[in-house]
Design a protein around this ligand. Structure first.
Ligand code: Z57
Length: 829
C-alpha cells in the first residue's frame, strides 16, 4: 500500500480530504484559484471558456472528497455492485446536475454574481456529451443517477466516443449531418487514468497446449489496442454519494505499429495508429437498426473486455476467490451490444484463470443479466460467424461450445424436435451463418427483462417463446423510469417550486409522493398557479427557439409535441397526416380557419444517416411546415416548427412547455418509450396508442386524462392475419384521401410530384406500421383533444392529475425493481 510522505499514520494521510469551504466566499476563492492556477488566466482577461472551465472545476472540487470517500467505502465494504455495461450514455449537460446534486446552486450563483459573472452564460458554454442515440442511452444515464441517489455501488462502463451523436442541420429542409466534436475545448468533467490502461486483443488464432496433463486453449492475438479509462463523477442527489462512470478511449499500443503493420514505413505506422484509435472515434448513429459493421463489433469487444478486466483486476482485491464472483458483481447487459462479454468472461476464467469449464459456466450464468429494449426483429443483433471468427477466434469457439451444451439440454428436455432446435440455436443459418446475440444473452443471463409490462409479455410470448418455455423463471419485467432530478427539478424549476410549496421537497427522491397533489387538483387556486407555470414555460421555450432558430411561439396555442428519433414505427407520418388534413380542410374552404383550435406542432427528430425513408419524412415535415406556416389562409392558427438537432438540452426546454405529448407508435412496436413519462410528469396530456409504457401511464392517470386511439396489439395481429390492405382505408376515408392526394400532388414540393412519392406509395402499398389503419381513430382523438383544450381549467385539472399519478415512472423505482428482482445489491450505507 502506498505510504504518505508525511508517514502513513499522519492525520493528513488518513483523514478524508476536505473540499473548499461551503460558503460564497469559499466558492469564490476556489473559483479564482482554479481560474488562475489551473487555467492560467486572470479574471480580467479570461474567456467564457476559461470561466466555464474554472467554474466546473470548482463544482468538481466540492464533490471530490465525497467521491474519494465513496470509492474507498465501496472497496472496504466488499459489497455486491452493479457493473452496468452500456455502449451508450446520453448524459446531457453536467454542470447544473452536479450543482444540484451537490446542493451548490445557491452559493455558486451568488459567488458568480460577486465576480460579476452571469451563471447562465457559464451554463451556455457547456457542450452536452451526446454519447448515445436516444432512449436506450438516456435510460442508462437516468439509471446511474438513480443508483448514486440510492447509494448502491455501481460503475457505469462504456465508450468515450470522440464524436457523439451527429449535429443535425437542415439545408432546403433536408437533414445534413455534421460531426459532433464535443471534446474540442476539452471537458472539465473527465479524469483520464492512462496508468490504468488495459491492452485489448484482437484477431490472430487459437492453439491448444499441454498444461501439466490438461489440454488447454490459448488465444494468440494478431493485434492490440490500448484502452484508456476516463472517469466521470456520478453524484447522488444531496446524499454525499458519488459513483463512477468509466468510459474507455482507444489508443494505439507501441507494439501495434511495430508488430502488426510495421513495414519500416513512417506513414504506414501512423496509419496503423489511426486504425487503432478509430475504435472509439464515433458513435454509430443507428437507433434500433444495427448495420453489422466490423468496427462496431470492435467497439463492443473493446469496451466490454476492458470493463470486465478492470473489474476483476482493479476493483476486486488481488487474492479474490473467483468462485465468489457472483456475490460481488452483476454485469448488466444494456441490450445486446455488450453480450460479447459472456464469452469474454468464460475465456478469462477458463483460459487465463485455468478454471474448469463447468465451474466457469456456473459463475458466468450468475454474473450476467440481460435487458432487451426492442421488439423489432431487425434490431436484434446478429454477427456473422465469419466476421466474429476473424476478429475474436477464441470467443467464437466458446460460443459454439455454449451452444452445443445448451442444445443438448434442449434435446434432453424436448427430444429431437429439430424444428425447435433450429429455432433456439445461438447460431443461425440464414441468410448467413451468424451468432444471435439475444439468444446468447438469454442462455447466459441469470435474468432477462423487458422494459414495460406489455413489452415483457410480448418478449416472452412472441420474440423468445421457446426460451421462456425452457427458462420460465428467467423472464421478468422492469418498467423503465426517468430521473426526476434532471427532468422535473432542473428542467422545470417553476413546477418544482409549486410542487414543493404544496407537498414539501420529499418528492424529488420519493416520486410517489406526487400523489399528494391529487387533492390540489381540486383547488382552483392551485390550478391557476399550475397553468401560470405552463404558460411561463411556453414563453421560456419561445425565447429559446427564437434565439436558436428564429421561431415564434404564440402564447395562446395548444403546444403539441412529438420529439423522438425518426423511425417509421414511431409514425411521425401519422402526425403529418393530421396536420395536412387540418390544412387541407382550411384551404379547401370546408373549415374556417377561425374555427380551429390554434396549435403549434413541434417536432424534434434525428434520422440515422443511412435511413433514406426517415430522411425523406424529415424533408416532408419541413416542407409541410413552410407551406402551412406561410399560407395566409391559415391565419397563423396552425404552425409547424421543427428545430434541428433535438438533444437532451433542448428536451429540457421543450418538455416542460408541452400541452400534448404524441406517443403514436403502432401497438406492439415501441418497447417502452421514456419521453412519454417525462411529458406526463411535466403536466402534458398524452395522445397515444396502447403501446409500451403508454399502457401503464393510461392505467395510472385514468382514461379520462389520456387520449387513447388506434388498434391494440391483438387487433394489429388480427388485421395482419386478415390481410392489411391500406388502399381500403385510403378509399374509405375522404379526409385521408384528400391529405394523401395533396402530398402526392406536389403541393409541398413546388409541384414536383416525385419528391414525396416514395412516402405516399410506401403508406399505400407496403407499410409495415399500418399508418393508414389508425388514421381515422387518430383524427377522432385529436378532435377530442381540441374539444378538451377549449375548457382550459378542465385541461389543467387533467394535467395536474397526470403529474400526481405518474410518480411510478421515477428511475429510482426502476432501480429498486432491478435490485429486488435481478441484482440483489442493497445500498451501502
Ligand atoms: C433504443 O433507443 C431503444 C431500443 C433499442 O433496441 C435500441 Br438499439 C435503441 C429504445 C426503445 O426503442 C424505447 O422504446 C425504450 O424506451 C428505450 O430503448 C429504453 O428502454
Amino acid at each position: 500500500a502506498p505510504t504518505h510522505p508525511l508517514g502513513a499514520t499522519h492525520p493528513l494521510a488518513l483523514a478524508p480530504v476536505t473540499g473548499p469551504a461551503s460558503s460564497v466566499d469559499g466558492f469564490v476563492r476556489q473559483f479564482l484559484r482554479n481560474l488562475n492556477y489551473e487555467r492560467g488566466v486572470a479574471l480580467s482577461v479570461s474567456s467564457a471558456t476559461d470561466r466555464y472551465y474554472a467554474f466546473a472545476m470548482t463544482v468538481r472540487d466540492y464533490l471530490m472528497a465525497r467521491w474519494l470517500e465513496d470509492v474507498k467505502r465501496q472497496r472496504e465494504a466488499q459489497a455486491k455492485g452493479v457493473a452496468y455495461l452500456s455502449a451508450e450514455y446520453l448524459l446531457g449537460r453536467q454542470l447544473d446536475n452536479n450543482l444540484l446534486a451537490g446542493g451548490l446552486t445557491e452559493i455558486a450563483t451568488e459567488a458568480m454574481a460577486a465576480c460579476g459573472i452571469d451563471i447562465d452564460d457559464l451554463r451556455a458554454q457547456e457542450v452536452e456529451p451526446g454519447l448515445g442515440n436516444g432512449g436506450l442511452g438516456r435510460l442508462a444515464a437516468c439509471f446511474i443517477d438513480s443508483l448514486a441517489t440510492l447509494g448502491v455501488p455501481n460503475t457505469g462502463y462504456g465508450i468515450r466516443y470522440e464524436y457523439g451523436i451527429f449535429r443535425q442541420t437542415f439545408v432546403g429542409g433536408q437533414q445534413v449531418e455534421q460531426p459532433d466534436a464535443w471534446l474540442t475545448l476539452g471537458s472539465p468533467w473527465e479524469f483520464p487514468h492512462p496508468e490504468a490502461s488495459r491492452r485489448i486483443s484482437f484477431g490472430g488464432h487459437t492453439e491448444t497446449y499441454d498444461d501439466e496433463g490438461t489440454t488447454r486453449t490459448r488465444w494468440v492475438p494478431g493485434w492490440y489496442v490500448q484502452a484508456v479509462p476516463y472517469n466521470y463523477m456520478v453524484p447522488g442527489y444531496l446524499n454525499g454519494r458519488v459513483n463512477t462512470l468509466r468510459l474507455w478511449s482507444a489508443k494505439a499500443t507501441d507494439s501495434f505499429d511495430l508488430r502488426v503493420f510495421n513495414s519500416g514505413d513512417y506513414e504506414e505506422a501512423v496509419r496503423a495508429q489511426t486504425y487503432a484509435e478509430n475504435i472509439s472515434k464515433v458513435l454509430y448513429p443507428e437507433d434500433s437498426t444495427p448495420q453489422g459493421k466490423e468496427l462496431r463489433l470492435q467497439q463492443q469487444y473493446f469496451f466490454v473486455a476492458a470493463s470486465i478486466g478492470d473489474f476483476l483486476e482493479h476493483t476486486l482485491p488481488a487474492d479474490f476467490d473467483l468462485a465468489k464472483l457472483p456475490d460481488r458483481v452483476i454485469f448488466q447487459l444494456n441490450d445486446t451490444h455488450p453480450v460479447i462479454g459472456v464469452p469474454e468472461l468464460m475465456r478469462v476464467l477458463v483460459d487465463e484463470k485455468k478454471m474448469d469449464w463447468d465451474a466457469a459456466w456456473a459463475i458466468t450464468q450468475k454474473c450476467f443479466a440481460y435487458t432487451c429494449h426492442t421488439l423489432l426483429p431487425e434490431a436484434l443483433e446478429v454477427w456473422s460467424v465469419d466476421l466474429l471468427g476473424r476478429l475474436l477466434p477464441r470467443h467464437l469457439e466458446i460460443i459454439y461450445r455454449i451452444n452445443e451444451e445448451f442444445l443438448a439440454a434442449v434435446r434432453e428436455r424436448f427430444g429431437d424436435d429439430e424444428m425447435r432446435i433450429r429455432n433456439m440455436s445461438i447460431i443461425g443459418d440464414f441468410p448467413e451463418r451468424s451468432v444471435r446475440m439475444a439468444f446468447l444473452a438469454t442462455v447466459a443471463g441469470a435474468k432477462v427483462n423487458g422494459v414495460a409490462e406489455l413489452h415483457s409479455q410480448l418478449l416472452r410470448d412472441k420474440v423468445l417463446p421457446d426460451f421462456s418455455e425452457f427458462f420460465p423463471d428467467k423472464f421478468t419485467n422492469v418498467t423503465n423510469g426517468v430521473t426526476p432530478r434532471r427532468f422535473v427539478k432542473l428542467a422545470n424549476p417553476k413546477l418544482s417550486d409549486l410542487i414543493t410549496e404544496a407537498i414539501g421537497p420529499g418528492w424529488v427522491t420519493d416520486l410517489e409522493r406526487l400523489r399528494e397533489l391529487e387533492t390540489y387538483a381540486e383547488d382552483p387556486q392551485f390550478r391557476a398557479a399550475f397553468a401560470a407555470v405552463k404558460a411561463a414555460n411556453k414563453r421560456r421555450l419561445g425565447q429559446v427557439l427564437h434565439a436558436r432558430d428564429g421561431f415564434e411561439v404564440s402564447d395562446d396555442h395548444l403546444l403539441d409535441v412529438m420529439v423522438k428519433r425518426l423511425h417509421e414505427y414511431k409514425r411521425q407520418m401519422l402526425k403529418v397526416l393530421h396536420i395536412v388534413t387540418q390544412y387541407e380542410s382550411i384551404v379547401s374552404g370546408r373549415v374556417a380557419a377561425s374555427d380551429i383550435q390554434p396549435r403549434t406542432v413541434i417536432f424534434g427528430a434525428k434520422a440515422a444517416p443511412g435511413y433514406a425513408m426517415a430522411k425523406r419524412i424529415i424533408h416532408l415535415i419541413n416542407a409541410v411546415g413552410s407551406v402551412v406556416n406561410d399560407d395566409p389562409r391559415v391565419e397563423g392558427r396552425l404552425k409547424v416548427l421543427f428545430p434541428p438537432n433535438y438533444n437532451v438540452t433542448l428536451a429540457e426546454r421543450v418538455i416542460p412547455a408541452a400541452d400534448l405529448s404524441e406517443q403514436i407508435s403502432l401497438a406492439g412496436k415501441e418497447a417502452s418509450g421514456t419521453g412519454n413519462m417525462k411529458f406526463a410528469l411535466n403536466g402534458a396530456l398524452t395522445i397515444g396508442t396502447d403501446d409500451g409504457a403508454n399502457v401503464e401511464i393510461r392505467e395510472l392517470v385514468g382514461d379520462e386524462n389520456f387520449f387513447l386511439f388506434g388498434m391494440s396489439e391483438p387487433e394489429v395481429e388480427a388485421l395482419w392475419a386478415r390481410g392489411y390492405k391500406p388502399a381500403e382505408f385510403y378509399q374509405g376515408d375522404d379526409n385521408l384521401r384528400r391529405a394523401m392526394d395533396l402530398i402526392a400532388s406536389g403541393a409541398f414540393s413546388g409541384g414536383d410530384r416525385s419528391v414525396f412519392e416514395p412516402i405516399v406509395s410506401n403508406l399505400l402499398y407496403d407499410d409495415r406500421f399500418m399508418v393508414l389503419a389508425d388514421y381515422s381513430s387518430y383524427i377522432a382523438a385529436q378532435e377530442r383533444v381540441d374539444a378538451a383544450y377549449a375548457d382550459q381549467d378542465a385541461w389543467t385539472h387533467a394535467a395536474v392529475l397526470n403529474v400526481a399519478r405518474t410518480g411510478f415512472f421515477s428511475s429510482d423505482r426502476s432501480m429498486r425493481d432491478y435490485i429486488d428482482r435481478i441484482w440483489h445489491t442493497p445500498p451501502v450505507i
